[in-house]
Design a protein around this ligand. Sequence first.
Ligand code: LLP
Length: 435
Amino acid sequence: MTSSSFSSGAESVASASKIRTSIAGVPVAELAQRFGTPTFVYDAATIGERIASLACFDVVRYAQKACSNIAVLDLCRRSGALVDATSAGEINRALLAGFAAVGDPPPIVYTADIFDSDSLDMVAAQRIHVNCGSADMIDQLADRVAAPHVTLRINPGFGHGHSRKTNTGGEQSKHGIWHEELEDVLARARARGAVVSGVHVHIGSGSDIEHLGEVCGALERLALRVGDQVTTVSAGGGLPVAYRRGEASMDVPAYFALWDAARRRLEKAFGHSVRLEIEPGRYLVAESGYLVAQVRAIKRMGANLFYLLDAGFNNLARPVMYGAYHPMALAPADENPARGLREVVVGGPLCESGDIFTQDEGGVVRHEFLPEARVGDHLVIEIAGAYGFSMSSNYNSKPLAAEVLIRDGTPHLIRARQSLADLVRGEVIPAPVAD
Ligand code: LLP
């Protein structure tokens, strides 16, 4: 199945006109009125479909860094996915969403290149399975847990991502155990009584099928070097999503076939079964998510017409960070949605010139054709479910947005918008120094 065969709510966006009046059957105007703006809206059905499309893998482990609201984690759990965590905070979220700490396969895996003290305490107390991206992690874990079973995240010497900043393989990446050091690290693990039962490779985010396919062969060779104690191999994440019309969609059966063949060869070599995991973030949630904002000002700067929204890079950092493209559509406030197209630049409220949603890598402003807008209309930024809310910030003392999950046509508030009081929680003015 390719993702083009999914319905992503496109029924309500007339793509040429770039008008969107509803999300998952709920009018945009109703969502905006009820929950305010900016608000992230997720369509539960899309997430369920994406998880189901990967059911050929033994384990679909959701990389929750993409979107870690506990209601989304709960939905993933109910849809049969397990979860990855990269901090004590993410382990805590997984536990709150109902994942057990321990099991076979482990419901929660901690994947990182370091332990901070909180994550080491959490992992040791809850006996969370660890995917180690550095040899130091093995030592630190073995100091706290007797004879731990661990997975090794290995950097195979090459990587690929949609941006240099999301390429996690090769010499310029800090991620994983360098492939040439594998035997040294295995000896170090053995000396500490740790059993390496899993091998994992993740070469980057927003990769393409060719590069992902290369991982398969690399991981097979690495697993053979570790030997028959390996019972699990993980293909990592990185599955691409088509942000632009015409971009290639994920061919899951072809990708699975590659991995399944490698897994079967390993099973033959080891004489026992080998579990095959996949660890996507973006693929499961990107297309489920929409950032609903309001057009607050429209102004011209010479040749450029700006639509200024109440959402900025505090809400969606991907354009300013990577020059990432997100499709957009207008939800007119009036009943007559017929509007001509305008060539516009779309920006946010922040006091920084880079607060532009239509920019290429390097900060070059790009124009977008969007319907003629009026102040008060809503603008929907699409395919915003992955690395949207989870990368948001309080820059310019902007409250974090609300999050809403639509299930069976009913919108549920799954995170209240922050209040002004939330913004200063924990801040203290020291008592004046006595004269
Ligand atoms: N596994 C590991 C170990 C990872 O580090 C990541 C992503 C994933 C899985 C999931 O990758 P995905 O399937 O989502 O591509 N903020 C960037 C993406 C950073 C990805 C970080 N690690 C963006 O907005 O494009």
